[in-house]
Design a protein around this ligand. Structure first.
Ligand SMILES: Nc1ncnc2c1ncn2[C@@H]1O[C@H](COP(=O)(O)OP(=O)(O)O)[C@@H](O)[C@H]1O
Ligand SMILES: N[C@@H](CCC(=O)OP(=O)(O)O)C(=O)O
Length: 378
């Protein structure tokens, strides 16, 4: 059973990796270039070959690194000073990530997000399509909160939450939170020498919140925000692993299914949770009208939707948008994430999938909507 759950990590294709301040800055002494190079080497490896994974990084450390660069020994409490420190530190952070990834010929992009970017519907979709485009271009997004412009009321507050919201935004399969502890213990290991590691739990297990405490001097959240992040990530079906970023080859080993860290699982099967979330959270951007045969295979055999079974199309949607599938009499059949932009999808109507390459000059996938991204209505 426990191994089966670890298979979720082996199979995870899209992964959000969040790395905390203490780890990145060598406990506040300055950016740990050696550790960063080691994580980057593992990520480069994960992104190669036929089983390549897609990686999105959420990197903390701007304030911690800014303090070092400004020669400030303690974390200021004044917001304007924290904002200044974040602005200084962010420069070093992205420079370091960029040059480490350059060694492997991988491009990176800096994304600074505020709460509004993910809570406002239009900005949410903008952030989503920009990030998805970067991932498709095989660029690694390096995300942090835009600390310099946020005020207390509109901040995520900690990057654990930001990591989970990014996992929701991109429908990631897994959220990996690297921190300075081996995982979640049954008591805060800073204060309890005999605390035991929890290997696996349901993300919504109420006991977890009772054992999780706050964090160290450099980070913001502590373990409690990591547990909350796992709950958030679970809403869109992502599993969360909380593990020590100091263990050698931690990313490679965790994603090979080795038992390390604490694995926190969605309450439903990842696929069911993801489908529920898809159905509830994404706005419909277009409509596909299916012929009777397509309605039947979707309903009765749970198969993917192929272009051959689609008669008409409405709306100006983009690849990855949610579209509604209706029968010819208008009955609502399903919703799903479409694999082609409306303009290209229109050229495929009624066509067998083997014609896609000829019709478009490329083939993204043989399905218009893959069954993993399809939710039946009613
Ligand atoms: N039950 C617990 N198990 C493990 N760590 C805990 C627990 N409760 C509190 N912590 C503390 O949470 C800290 C990690 O959070 P934080 O300092 O915010 O790290 P990060 O910078 O990686 O986000 C650990 O160093 C640990 O002392
Ligand atoms: N945006 C802040 C993130 C602070 C934060 O959440 O830190 P951590 O708890 O170490 O992940 C920074 O870069 O300093």
């Amino acid at each position: 059973m426990a191994q089966q759950q670890r298979d979720a990590l082996i199979q995870a294709r899209r992964i959000v990796i969040k790395i905390g301040s203490a780890l990145l800055t060598n406990d506040g002494q300055g950016l740990d270039r050696r550790a960063i190079a080691a994580w980057v080497e593992q990520i480069a490896h994960l992104c190669q070959g036929p089983q390549a994974r897609e990686v999105i990084l959420v990197s903390s450390g701007s304030v911690a690194e800014g303090l070092v660069r400004l020669g400030w020994r303690t974390r200021p409490s004044a917001v304007h000073e924290l904002q200044a420190a974040a602005a200084v530190g962010q420069m070093g952070l992205v420079q370091t990530w960029e040059s480490a990834f350059q060694q492997h010929g991988i491009r990176t992009a800096q994304i600074l997000l505020t709460h509004d970017d993910l809570s406002n519907r239009r900005r949410y979709l903008n952030a989503r399509s920009a990030l998805r485009t970067l991932v498709e271009l095989k660029v690694i997004p390096i995300i942090n909160e835009n600390d310099t412009v946020v005020t207390d009321e509109i901040r995520f507050g900690d990057n654990d939450t930001l990591g989970a919201l990014v996992a929701n935004l991109l429908e990631a399969d897994a959220l990996l939170i690297l921190t300075d502890q081996e995982g979640v213990f049954d008591a805060d290991p800073r204060h309890h020498a005999h605390a035991q590691l929890i290997e696996q739990a349901r993300a919504d297990d109420p006991q977890l919140l009772q054992v999780a405490g706050d964090g160290g001097a450099l980070g913001r959240g502590g373990m409690i925000t990591k547990i909350r992040a796992a709950r958030l990530a679970a809403r869109s079906g992502a599993v969360t692993l909380i593990a020590s970023g100091r263990q050698p080859q931690v990313l490679a080993r965790a994603l090979a299914g080795e038992h390390l860290g604490t694995l926190l699982l969605p309450d439903h099967e990842p696929m069911a949770a993801r489908k529920r979330w898809l159905a509830g959270h994404l706005q419909v951007r277009g409509t596909l009208t299916l012929d009777a045969g397509a309605v039947r295979v979707l309903r009765d055999s749970g198969r993917s939707l192929l272009p051959v079974g689609v008669r008409q199309l409405q709306g100006d949607f983009r690849r990855g948008d949610m579209v509604l599938c209706v029968a010819e009499d208008g009955e609502r059949i399903a919703k799903g994430l479409v694999n082609y932009d409306a303009e290209d999808a229109r050229k495929l109507l009624g066509q067998p999938s083997q014609n896609i390459q000829n019709l478009l000059g490329y083939m993204e996938s043989p399905e218009l909507i893959h069954r993993d991204n399809l939710v039946l209505i009613g």
